[in-house]
Design a binder for this molecule. Sequence first.
Ligand code: FMN
Length: 378
Amino acid sequence: MVAKEATSVPLMTPHKMGQLDLSHRVVLAPLTRCRSYGNVPQPAHAALYYSQRATKGGLLISEATGVSATAQGYPDTPGIWTKQQVEAWKPIVDAVHRKGALFICQLWHVGRVSTNDFQPDGQAPISSTDKQITPDAESGGTVYSKPRRLGTHELPLIVDDFRRAARNAMEAGFDGVEIHGAHGYLLEQFMKDSSNDRTDAYGGSLENRCRFVVEVIDAVVKEIGAQRVGIRLSPFVDYMDCVDSDPEALGAYMVEQLNRHEGFLYCHMVEPRMAILDGRRQIPHGLLPFRKAFNGTFIAAGGYDREEGNKVVANGYTDLVAYGRIFLANPDLPKRFELGAGLNKYDRSTFYTQDPVAGYTDYPFFDDDHVASAAPPA
Ligand SMILES: Cc1cc2nc3c(=O)[nH]c(=O)nc-3n(C[C@H](O)[C@H](O)[C@H](O)COP(=O)(O)O)c2cc1C
């Protein structure tokens, strides 16, 4: 019975992503874990964490990784701008490759989602704007500092940070990079009209607001090749005071920009917040226009489980599905999906703690002996 189930699992079918052959469609979503002490990834535990989640022909996206000293806003997140960081990533990437998986580095700049304490010499965080994020429940009590609006002449320097970080990711052995253009961080601060009040060529019209991220994309593509560059976008997500008045137009414009690059690796988009329909939490499935418009591999993320993932792969809504919280808590998620096995519950209290084991590498694997008694997939 279990074997029959395994042959009819759309998520477990192969997919060709550009030149890369994937054996299944269950992607590890980028997950910040705050265990890279002093912004240096720690091979001793990160190699184990990522290799636990690696499968032959699987795709992993790294936690958000800073492109420069001003890119940080959370404790102990990794970077990829120094030689030491690049060297520290190498054994982690090797461990993933030894399991036969592909590993993409998510390149990140937090912009104003930071405080002076995280910034070099205690300076103000940088952004599209000098408007501070309104303190609210989402920030978990953190009051983000008032940012400094970047001058037009400074923008090429930040573009260059992304370009150099992409080169460093290649040096570290990653298979590609994902530009983090989602969730209210620097690139989105420029893109969305609630957080971009500029009057130069990088503010105002949609084209102007997207100019900075387009320059980052172009520079990274030029540096390492379109076949190694993906992007994550979240036009519908209103995180960190980053809201756009026309998310459909924003997403459509960005997809057009990606399509200019023949062979662009993937477009990874985050679903709108869960909607409650008929009393049930449901994924709004708002990404279809973008999936249809984009020429390459599409990845959807946000609230998916096995059943929903299988559905959207089977009906062509997406090519791949990225899983965050349940992959965090189930290192062998693809195998559990294949077998229709039950899942470990995630423990939110250890998402962002610094312990090298607890809530990080100690989630149990599924025991093959229990296959027969596994609960049917929800
Ligand atoms: C602990 C944690 C850390 C996250 N870190 C990142 C990150 O570094 N970069 C990113 O783009 N999204 C990040 N996210 C968002 C996830 O990638 C994903 O989009 C989100 O959890 C929704 O998917 P899910 O319902 O499968 O968990 C994080 C989410 C969680 C729970």
